[in-house]
Design a protein around this ligand. Structure first.
Ligand code: PLP
Length: 410
């Protein structure tokens, strides 16, 4: 028993269970997995080395491992209607790295969404491998609409002539027109990589258009809306299958995490069911309900609304920074993250906004009634940001409220 052999780690896991149970998680990139996913990830599969791919391993004893990875691949292909899948990337960042290294050379031009407008570090940021190995250019959102402006992106693509265009985002509340991206990529002779890390679950449920028919490469994470274990995956056209597999192993990774791949397989199966589709519908409807609630309370939403699982609040009219809001909400047990807003006058470590997502609370079974309550908690806490005793009182109410809901997906 862990309690006996390592009381420190056992205690900290218990503390984390308590934290997850007693707080309201509005971090847009997080979720709660099912007990079945947990049991796969916590299994003895972690013992096994399996460098290579099913039927082509560098280690012996892979007969069960081969089947597990093959099942995961088959399920990924069925789920996303893709031609080839690689389920080995340890995380979304590795999935992106493998895609870039599969067809690009150091110094090649890439065009990705600016971090400050909602893109991800791995889309060409200067402090990330993607911005140091390659030559990055960026597109953002339109200043007026705060949404992607495809004509403007096309103009940037024509000017910068990228070898690869990367679309997809970490903090963009609107639908992404993958077909438009594909057309402009073809027009300028670039590959298209669609990063669906955030919206994979919505895509599977048919609530967001899929890039699979268009993009040569699709990357994603299994742990956000897809509600699987922490990990990444790549989908690609058949003609790039070998290049992608080689880029993942031996290109950038060693042995695959087979316990996690088993967890991915379990999550893929769960994502095929009707219950999952209903869950995703609720994630989206909860998010738009929450967005309306914020607007009614006088908050400004970046882009004026949301089409997906997340929203961005611009807190400038509330005279509070994203950093302070994150700390205040954290102090009452509501977890959010500060986020820059487009054309933010403040630096990223302070930021003018916060990002809020509904994937995690929806897994816990929360709906409109609970969201009304959460909106009340948030507004009260932000209005009482320097009143310690009021914040303490809100924290107690948040704890009582949140503790009623399970922290496992059904
Ligand atoms: N791509 C996007 C759009 C993301 O939002 C993220 C993570 O937040 C990633 C890639 C990277 O995923 P990971 O943290 O698993 O490396």
């Amino acid at each position: 028993m862990l309690e006996k052999s390592d009381s420190i780690i056992a205690r900290l896991i218990k503390e984390e269970i308590k934290r997850e149970r007693e707080t309201i998680n509005l971090i847009a990139s997080e979720n709660y997995v099912s007990k079945n996913v947990l049991s796969a990830v916590g299994s003895i599969l972690t013992n096994k080395y399996a460098e290579g791919y099913p039927g082509r391993r560098y280690y012996d004893g892979c007969e069960n491992i081969d089947e597990i990875e093959s099942v995961a691949i088959r399920r990924a292909l069925r789920l996303f209607k893709a031609e080839h899948a690689n389920v080995q990337p340890h995380a979304g960042s590795q999935a992106n790295m493998a895609v870039y290294l599969s067809v690009l050379k150091p110094g090649d031009v890439i065009l990705g969404m600016d971090l400050a407008s909602g893109g991800h570090l791995t889309h060409g940021t200067k402090i990330n491998f993607s911005g140091t190995i390659f030559k990055p250019f960026y597109y953002g959102v339109n200043r007026e609409t705060e949404q992607l402006d495809y004509d403007e992106i096309f103009e940037i693509a024509q000017r910068t002539k990228p070898r690869m265009i990367i679309c997809g985002a970490s903090a963009y509340p609107r639908l992404i027109d993958f077909k438009r991206f594909y057309e402009m990529a073809k027009n300028v002779g670039a590959y298209l990589c669609a990063d669906i890390a955030h919206i994979a679950g919505l895509i599977v449920a048919g609530l967001h258009p899929s890039p699979v028919a268009y993009a040569e490469f699709v990357t994603g994470t299994t742990h956000k809306t897809l509600r699987g274990p922490r990990g990444g995956f790549i989908l690609c056209k058949r003609e790039f299958a070998q290049l992608i597999d080689k880029a993942v192993f031996p290109g950038i990774q060693g042995g695959p995490l087979m316990h996690v791949i088993a967890g991915k397989a379990v999550a893929f199966k769960e994502a095929m069911g009707r219950k999952f589709r209903l869950y995703q519908k609720n994630v989206v409807s909860n998010c738009s309900f929450m967005a309306k609630g914020f607007v009614e309370m006088g908050y400004r939403l970046v882009s004026g609304g949301t089409d997906n699982h997340l929203l961005l609040l611009d807190l400038r009219n509330k005279k509070i920074t994203g950093d302070v809001a994150q700390k205040v909400l954290g102090s009452v047990g509501i977890t959010v993250n500060k986020n820059v807003i487009p054309f933010d006058p403040l630096p990223p470590n302070i930021a003018s906004g916060i990002r809020i997502g509904t994937a995690a609370i929806t897994t816990r079974g929360m709906g409109k009634t609970e969201i009304k309550k959460i909106l009340e908690f948030i507004d009260e806490a932000l209005s009482a940001s320097d009143k310690i005793s009021e914040l303490r009182h809100i924290k107690k109410r948040v704890k009582r409220f949140a503790s009623q809901f399970p922290i496992y997906a059904e």
